[in-house]
Design a protein around this ligand. Structure first.
Ligand SMILES: Cc1cc2nc3c(=O)[nH]c(=O)nc-3n(C[C@H](O)[C@H](O)[C@H](O)COP(=O)(O)OP(=O)(O)OC[C@H]3O[C@@H](n4cnc5c(N)ncnc54)[C@H](O)[C@@H]3O)c2cc1C
Length: 393
């Protein structure tokens, strides 16, 4: 059985960064990846241009049962460290919005960067190598992969979450955690579109493809970003963000025109332009298509002088405080990430090592740390991978 200082299961963002980090310390590193290619999620990310980090990364951008857990790893390998790597490789990039950094050309640039860094420190990467079982040994771990077995003094589990089931197999890291008696924080799909009920769909599926800037609120959390109407319900950055905070059966509030106090504006317009119709007035603030749909399904299209104060208040509530009850989300099929995962109570926040099982590490999306939309999930993968690679024996 061939032996390595460290065996890493999964050649995604976290696994490859861990390999670079450990390799740069002179460790012999084997990475086992079940797929034909490494970094498949990197390749499909950011619409093919990989939103590889966020300039404003802070611990507040992450959800976890222990909100402090992510701090140590994020400080050991920051967004600036990853940006320095990107610049060292001459990869052109730009800020799209809100500190989100994307490749100018292609996500493949990031995979090539990781592979070239791995090569520079002699990491052994094997694809089409699905790990099916692991066994703790008296010293180190045995990893079974098809007909082959390897021994790692350290073992790093970087097998990701449950999203995009067609890319399977999924959940191997959770299975190992359970096998070793570690508790899990219940998993669910996050950064995922909402599915609305049939009544909503019949009213607003006609707006499918239209978007507007909104504030979406669930509980105490709000996001101001774009929202997209879809055939099934709602999507777009504001909805994906708030989906991570939403729980089935709860309401979400939407301000469809965050810069406009609709009640005050309508009262003024009723004085200055009493004869124009509500639909025409609304079409100055949203698209004509939206104004028509809102007037067909929500409001009576009256001349403004016929709107009572009570009616104006009702219109304002629908636009500035629209309360919706999503039926469900689209689930793992379209979710960008998995919330929950290996309970951080078991892990050292400095090294990502399981406290009671020396030599075993969990990193990346497998762990109960989930970022907001905008490059934060990759930053967590880079940071947690780097931290483990720096501390493993
Ligand atoms: C469509 C989409 C777009 C996204 N866009 C962005 C973005 O632009 N910015 C951002 O920050 N985040 C984005 N994300 C989220 C981001 O991709 C993940 O958070 C990140 O890839 C997690 O990295 P990871 O290494 O932990 O897991 P993964 O990237 O999922 O890697 C896990 C690897 O382990 C392998 N594996 C699993 N089981 C086994 C096994 N038993 N044996 C061997 N190998 C195994 C898998 O094949 C996979 O290669 C996106 C996600 C999706 C789905």
């Amino acid at each position: 059985m061939k032996s390595f200082d460290v065996v890493i299961i999964g050649a995604g963002a976290a696994g490859l960064m861990c390999a670079i980090s450990a390799g740069s310390r002179g460790k012999s590193v084997l990475v086992l990846e079940h797929a034909r290619k490494v970094g498949r999620k990197i390749l499909m990310s950011g619409g093919g241009r990989c939103n590889f980090t966020n300039m404003y990364t802070e611990p507040d951008n992450f959800l976890s049962q222990n909100p402090h857990f992510c701090k140590s790893a994020l400080s050991q390998f920051t967004q600036w460290d990853f940006i320095a790597m990107v610049e060292k490789h001459g990869i052109p990039y730009h800020e799209k919005t809100l500190g989100q950094l994307f490749c100018d050309n292609s996500s493949k640039d990031i995979v090539d960067l990781l592979l070239s860094e791995c090569q520079a420190v002699s990491v052994d990467i094997r694809t089409r190598a699905e790990v099916t079982a692991i066994e703790p040994l008296a010293s180190g771990f045995q990893v079974n992969c098809g007909s082959q077995s390897f021994r790692g003094q350290s073992l790093v589990v970087a097998t990701g979450g449950l999203s995009i089931p067609s890319m399977g197999p999924h959940g191997f890291g959770y299975k190992i955690a359970e096998q070793l008696g570690l508790s899990m924080v219940k998993t669910r799909a996050a950064l995922v579109p909402f599915v609305m009920d049939k009544q909503w769909q019949s009213c607003f599926s006609e707006l499918s493809g239209s978007s507007l800037d909104v504030v979406a609120t669930a509980g105490h959390q709000s996001f101001r970003e774009g929202m997209l109407f879809t055939h099934k319900g709602l999507s777009g950055p504001a909805i994906l963000q708030i989906s991570s905070y939403w729980r089935s059966g709860e309401k979400v509030t939407l301000d469809l025109l965050p810069n406009t106090d609709i009640a005050a504006e309508l009262i003024t317009a009723r004085e200055s332009s009493p004869n124009i119709y509500l639909r025409t007035w609304l079409a100055r603030l949203v698209t004509k298509r939206m104004a028509e749909a809102f007037c067909r399904h929500w409001f009576e299209d009256l001349p403004l002088h016929q709107l009572s104060n009570k009616k104006i208040q009702e219109i304002a509530t629908k636009i500035n405080h629209l309360s919706i009850m999503p039926n469900s989300t689209e689930g793992y099929k379209t979710a960008e990430v998995t919330l929950g995962g290996v309970n951080t109570d078991h892990l050292s926040s400095k090294s990502m090592m399981v406290q009671d099982i020396p030599g075993l590490y969990f990193i990346g999306e497998t762990v109960d740390v989930t970022g907001h939309l905008g490059g934060f999930n990759f930053q967590w993968a880079w940071a947690s991978g780097w931290a483990a690679g720096q501390h493993l024996e």
